[in-house]
Design a protein around this ligand. Structure first.
Ligand code: HEC
Ligand code: HEC
Length: 163
């Protein structure tokens, strides 16, 4: 088996094919970083005023805090029936940035901090600091940092790389 692989390798080299090394760093961290939300209640209730933000963008304690104070939700009352609230909370917490160990997105958030905004997390700030002129966030077509879809047309599908 090993022999046939190396023979293939030799043939590939002989044919001038570039042997592309596998991409472990990318596969591990970037693969399904922000998969599209399929949870029904979250899509229904949390995409009414803005896109439904992927749970992988905040730690568990942040989602618990946000879901625990929906009556005072960034100046809006987003209160839900208790069973729906619990269903959504369970989904967000189970899929949070730190639900399966610390993701790269999560790593820089201090353990003492509970960010209530994705746009205030170090990873988000860093991803945008160099690439985005701050004036773009107040552009009438964008209005807010939280308006991900204005710049990332595939944000609700989990695509953020190709804007
Ligand atoms: C009644 C409207 C409304 C509903 C429903 C609503 N939100 Fe929001 N949400 C807002 C507003 C307004 C903001 C602030 C947007 C801004 O700063 O531009 C916000 C912001 C957020 C942010 C922070 C975005 C950032 O800046 O990183 C999160 C996270 C969030 N909402 C989660 C949720 C979740 C989870 C649900 C479902 C339980 C939900 N929202 C439902 C109105 C709503
Ligand atoms: C004013 C436009 C704008 C807004 C609004 C915006 N972004 Fe971005 N974002 C960018 C640009 C430009 C980049 C850097 C280029 C790239 O990687 O696509 C970027 C990069 C990113 C990256 C890193 C991509 C990667 O390859 O690692 C993520 C993740 C991201 N944004 C998420 C968000 C989320 C979530 C929101 C909303 C809460 C948001 N962005 C709002 C313009 C924006």
């Amino acid at each position: 088996m090993i022999r046939s692989v190396s023979v293939f390798g030799l043939i590939a080299v002989a044919l001038g094919l570039v042997v592309v090394p596998s991409l472990p760093a990318i596969a591990e961290d970037e693969g399904e970083r922000f998969p599209p939300i399929k949870h029904e209640a979250t899509l229904k209730e949390c995409a009414a005023c803005h896109m439904a933000f992927q749970p992988q963008m905040l730690p568990q304690r942040s989602w618990a805090a946000i879901m625990g104070d929906l009556a005072n939700h960034f100046g809006e009352d987003a209160t839900l029936a208790p069973d729906v609230q619990k269903d959504i909370t369970d989904y967000l917490v189970a899929n949070a940035a730190d639900a399966r160990g610390k993701s790269r997105w999560m790593r820089r958030i201090a353990a003492t901090e509970t960010p209530l905004r994705i746009t205030e997390t170090p990873a988000w700030i860093r991803a945008h600091a160099e690439e985005v002129n701050p004036a773009r966030f107040t552009d009438p077509k964008v209005k807010s940092k939280a308006n991900c879809m204005a710049c990332h047309r595939g944000a609700d599908k989990g695509y953020y790389e190709d804007d």
